[in-house]
Every structure is written in C-alpha cells, then in structure tokens.
Design a protein around this ligand. Sequence first.
Ligand code: PLP
Length: 468
Amino acid sequence: SALTDRAGVLEDLSHYLTAAWESFDRPRPCEPAIDADLVGRLRAALPEQPDDTRAALDDAVNILEASVSPSRPLYLAYVGSSGLEVSVLASALSAAYDANLATAAGAADLLDQQAVRWVADFVGFPLGEGHFTSGGQTSNLTALLAAREQALPGAREEGVAGYRATVYCSDEAHHSIARAVEAAGLGRRALRRIPTDERRRMRVDALRDALERDRAEGFTPVAVVATAGTTLTGAVDPLAAIADVCEREGVWLHVDGAYGLPAAATSTAGHWFAGLDRADSVTVDAHKWFGMQKSCSVILLRHRGPLRAAFGHEERYMLHAEDIGKPVDHTFEYSRPFRSLRLWLSMRVHGADQFRAWIEGTLANAALLADEVRAHASFELSHEPMLSTVCFRHVLPGMSDSELDSHNVRLARAIQADGRVYLAPAIVDGRTCLRACFVNFRTTPDVVKTVLDVADELGRTFPPEETA
Ligand code: PLP
C-alpha cells in the first residue's frame, strides 16, 4: 500500500494499531535499545524527494515500539493512562475533520460543551463554564490568569508591577503551579508553599496564618491552589476547610485535580473530595484517570465571566458576538483541536457506570499493593495511600538510610530494564522509594502481585559491592 492513498492509509492504520495493542500486554524492557542503523537514519537531513513510504512507516513504528508507552497495563510510573481504543478512533476522526475549536466550529462546539458538562457532572462540580485544554499545565495557568484578573483588576492592561501578589499551595503541589505563577508574571517569590500534615495534605491552620500574615504586610492574595490528588503520593487537600478559609478571605480557590479528580465519582474515595463544589475553578486531565490519549485536559469554572475577563480580545478577522464572544475569547490557547470528541465518544460507548467501575478497580489495585507491602518483610510503605498511588521501599537488613536510597534508585532502573512492570523512583520525606500509580483500567491484580515479586527478586540479586 502507498501511504499517499486513502486505502493504503486505512490498511496500515488497522495493521499497526492491531500490532500496537497486541504488544501492550507483553513484558519487555520499558526503554528497549534502539537499533543503531535506525538511530543513523534519524540523523539524516530533510529529504528533498519522496522517501520509500514502507521504510518510512517501519521506522516510525520501530521508534514507537522503542519508546515508553504509558498506556501499557504494566506501566505504573508517573501518571499513565489507559489509552482507550474508542478514544484512538475519536482522535483519528477529529484529525481527519480537523475542526478548530478556536473559531466557532459549528456543531463541534455543541458537542464540546456537552462533554464539558459530562465531566463536571461526573466529578460533581456545579459548572458555570469550561473547556478542553492541552494539559494540566495549561488548565492550571488558565485558572490562575482568571484569578489574577479578578484579584488584580487591570493587570492585563497595566501589568502586575503595582501589586504585591501571593498564591498559596501545599508543599506537595505539582510544579505546574509554580510555572503558572511565573507565567502570570507574579514572580516565583509570590508562591507560598504551605506545609502538609501527616497524610501529606495542606495544613489549613498554616494556610490561615500565611494569609493573615501576608495581608498584614500588604500583599494581595490571588488564589489558593488545593491539590486533589498530589502527583507524588495522591494526597487530597482538605477542600471544605480550605473553601471556608477562601470564602472568609474572599480569595479564589482553584483545585488542581489533574490526576486525582476522577476518583471523586467513586464510593471508595469520593468522601475525600467534599467541598469540591465550592471551588472557583478545577483542573482535571482526561488523559490520565479518564483513559484518554494526550493531550486532553479540562478546566471547569463555577461561574461564567472570569474567563472572558481574562482572555477576551478583539481580532479584526473574527466577529466577536457582543454577549458571548468567540470560543477563543474564553481560552488561553488559540487553535484548538477537537479533543472533547475522545471523552464524549468514550462516555457514550462505555457509559459513566463503567468509568466509575474502572476507577474503582484501579483504587482496588492500589489498596491490594499497599496490603501486600504491609505484609511483606522486605518492604515498607512510605505513606498511607489516599487514592491510587503507593510509595514503598525495598529494605534489606543492615543497610543505612542513604544506602537504601541508592539501592531503591538502582532497583527502579533494574525493574525498568527487566520489563515485567514499569516503576519509577520517587522521593518522599527525603527518602527514595519506588512509586506505583494505578490509573490504567487494563492493569489486573496479577500485575499488582507481580510488582513485589519482581522488586524483591531483582533487589536481592544486585552484586553486593554495588548495593553499598
Ligand atoms: N497537576 C498535577 C496534580 C499533575 O499530576 C500533573 C501531571 O502529572 C499536572 C498538573 C500537569 O499536567 P500535564 O502534564 O497534563 O500538563
């Protein structure tokens, strides 16, 4: 087949997708070695003439095969996804039609808004307005820019030099918050990192103190960012108590639920999210625990208005309706692909019940691993998990704390090279541990049971001089 004709593209799509999905369950090193010839070809100059299409496609697929795929059920590092099949189909369809959600895209806008409402309904958030973005970083920045315009009127026009602004988040919040503070022009020193309690949640008394102290010193608080599912350990900040403080102080509350928010819809973990409905804005990444492919994040706002105030503008080649403007008047991004089609089609095909059951399954996998760690003499838990992230250490008798740190880093590398599961190391309270994050609906309890067997087996077979 030739890649330049439609029949050929369809045939190849079907062939290679089948191969990709079939390879997902097979153990293999997560970063397989790349063939040296292929590396050479990747350094070749821009081809002026058509290349051999078959060879080009083979190279592309070989590169993908030698890359880390967070959709594999054995992948428990960072925050993966499920890469649902129906979402792949929706990605292909939206690429084919290539609607641009920046300008009025017609019927696509209606579907987009329905998908936003479904996300809000699923997690239990009273929606004013919202939209799909490229990722959690963009959603968090969007929220902060909306909060900034409310707290520092005229900042868009005049800049923020006349203000001494502050933003608050826990010391376990994602780095995207610091970057959003920087990008909003507030300066990194504006960010107050509030200490956490024994469950790694923001300490509300410390937040209250920080706000009072800053107000007394003439600072203007722009936003409090609570995290609903920290990336490191899955901690959910006490949203209701934080909302009380924000309401009293008149400060914008943003909830970064990029990873954890889908768990709000479960009976197992839903109670941690009480108070979510009082947030001004909320981030949730559909490309994490909702099982979509990247990039598919959602920003939700409780009220209509702040987005337009933050992003509305005049563009001479677009007619902006007086009352609502264009979609681009509400977003930070300009050209936007039709990302919501993935979530919408997946929700229609599978139903919300199935999603809740899938998410419950990943929580059960995490609870199973935590139980196994507690019961195993060679492992210790780094924290009691609230959601689906489990951090634990392999401990061998006679090793000091710092020896255990380097032992667990090396163990993570050995696990990645082994390929039966994929874990990455993490640092919790200054101690290096292994971290497993369960968001993939295809990960079975068998994989969970394999984790400790593999880690213990590999951790005991290091040459002794290297463990020192
Ligand atoms: N916030 C949290 C809590 C996250 O876990 C992440 C990513 O893991 C982000 C923000 C950034 O999201 P993205 O990578 O989609 O930009």
